[in-house]
Design a binder for this molecule. Structure first.
Ligand SMILES: Cc1cc2nc3c(=O)[nH]c(=O)nc-3n(C[C@H](O)[C@H](O)[C@H](O)COP(=O)(O)OP(=O)(O)OC[C@H]3O[C@@H](n4cnc5c(N)ncnc54)[C@H](O)[C@@H]3O)c2cc1C
Length: 373
């Protein structure tokens, strides 16, 4: 990204959301010497790539939360952004506090069901406790129903069966193909084979009826569940791994012209939000046609920061180009499937590259902190 800029007068970048995109943007701004504020409603970065392991392995969750303040000091502000006033170039926090920006990077990401995501605003210690409590529920159940066979559901079912091979695990998916549709058919087939080999029972092409009426994440012995095709199952614990939605509450009303039906922000090739030159979007909340991934969020953040710097220097802006899909699915700590740049990988490489540690080392290194128990 070129040489370091010493703080430029009048320039203050506000980054909303401290997920993979926001943290990467903040790190780059920090190393460029630019003045910035990172805002997140939580007090710690959540490495949710490892959330499903934290849901089955006691004592693991602590490693998946990395406090922001240690890394970013006063440049981190905890709060929920409720409005973006583009005329006055301020973001407004719950409670009324305002923070002025010259440039804004929106990285509010997506939310989905626990345990894949932790949506509650709470201290990270409470979040860790929520995962530890969840592990007890998994341990207490003899049979578990995982709803949704996208990548999260596939990983969840594999994690449970790896840690607790004696439990009955059934994965129900509304489609016939498992995992992300963007993956190579051979990778998706292999994911299915690994699940079957581990002993996961699959019910494909079935949708669970009245999911919202069912009690999730707590043991309720012999709960009866019916699918839209009339099949009935009984299980002790139901885990929902379906459906992510964009966190658009911070900007939906103020940037309504720039928001898609799903709540994502329309961006140009420089990742500038439609209608603005000083507002960027990165990560899951940016409307880019590619799988929603941490890896992509980090690439977006790099382009957004690079374009802020280039804009200040009067240089031509960088474009973001989608590439061939790289995606690794950890299927428990001992197996995994995936592809690199469009090429299917041998399973042992996925185990070495992802399944063992779930890339936790990388987030602790990026946050410049050491995990100590
Ligand atoms: C179980 C699971 C496993 C995954 N595994 C992988 C994987 O192996 N590899 C991969 O590349 N991707 C993976 N993903 C996808 C990846 O986690 C997401 O693509 C990534 O988290 C997106 O990063 P982000 O920064 O856009 O948003 P998020 O990570 O969703 O972060 C958004 C942040 O914004 C904050 N926020 C939202 N609204 C506000 C507001 N109004 N005010 C203040 N703060 C706000 C939230 O608190 C949150 O911290 C996985 C996802 C799940 C659920």
């Amino acid at each position: 990204m070129g040489s370091q800029l010493s703080s430029v007068e009048g320039v203050h970048v506000v980054v909303v959301g401290g997920g993979f995109g926001g943290v990467n943007a903040a790190q780059q701004l920090q190393s460029q010497g630019l003045s910035f504020t990172l805002i997140d409603m939580r007090d710690a970065f959540h490495h949710n790539v490892a959330a499903l392991r934290a849901a089955v392995q006691p004592g693991f969750a602590q490693r998946t939360f990395i406090p922001f303040a240690e890394t970013f000091g006063d440049a981190f502000v905890q709060g929920r952004v409720e409005r973006v006033d583009t005329d006055r170039q301020t973001v407004v926090l719950q409670g009324g506090a305002e923070i002025h920006y010259s440039h804004l990077i929106l990285c509010t990401g997506t939310d989905g069901p626990f345990p894949g995501k932790f949506n509650t605003v709470a201290s990270h210690q409470r979040a860790v406790q929520a995962y530890e409590d969840f592990v007890h529920q998994v341990q207490a159940a003899d049979s578990v129903l995982v709803v949704g066979g996208g990548s999260s559901g596939v990983e969840m079912a594999a994690e449970i069966k790896t840690e607790y091979p004696e439990k009955k695990v059934v994965l129900v998916h509304s489609r016939v193909g498992l995992a992300d549709p963007e993956l190579l058919p051979s990778v998706r087939r292999e994911a299915k084979e690994v699940l079957l080999r581990k002993g996961v029972e699959l019910l494909l092409g079935h949708k669970v009826k009245d999911l919202s009426q069912l009690q999730l994440n707590v043991v309720r012995r012999n709960t009866m569940v019916t699918t839209d095709r009339g099949q009935t199952l009984t299980c002790d614990l139901i885990i929902d791994c379906s459906g992510l939605k964009v966190n658009a509450a911070a900007y939906r009303d103020d940037l309504s012209e720039s928001v898609t039906v799903s709540g994502a922000l329309k961006v140009n090739q420089h990742l500038q939000v439609h209608g603005f030159t000083n507002v960027f979007a990165a990560g899951d909340c940016a409307h880019v046609c590619e799988p929603k991934m941490a890896y992509h969020a980090q690439l977006h953040a790099a382009v957004a920061v690079s374009n802020i710097v280039k804009g200040l220097k009067g240089e031509e802006l960088t474009s973001y180009n989608t590439g061939n899909v790289t995606m690794l699915l950890a299927m428990g700590r001992d197996d995994g499937v995936g592809q690199f740049n469009g090429w299917k990988l041998p399973r042992f490489l996925v185990v070495l590259g992802k399944s063992r540690d779930l890339l936790l080392w990388k987030s602790w290194r990026d946050m410049k902190q050491k995990y100590t128990q």
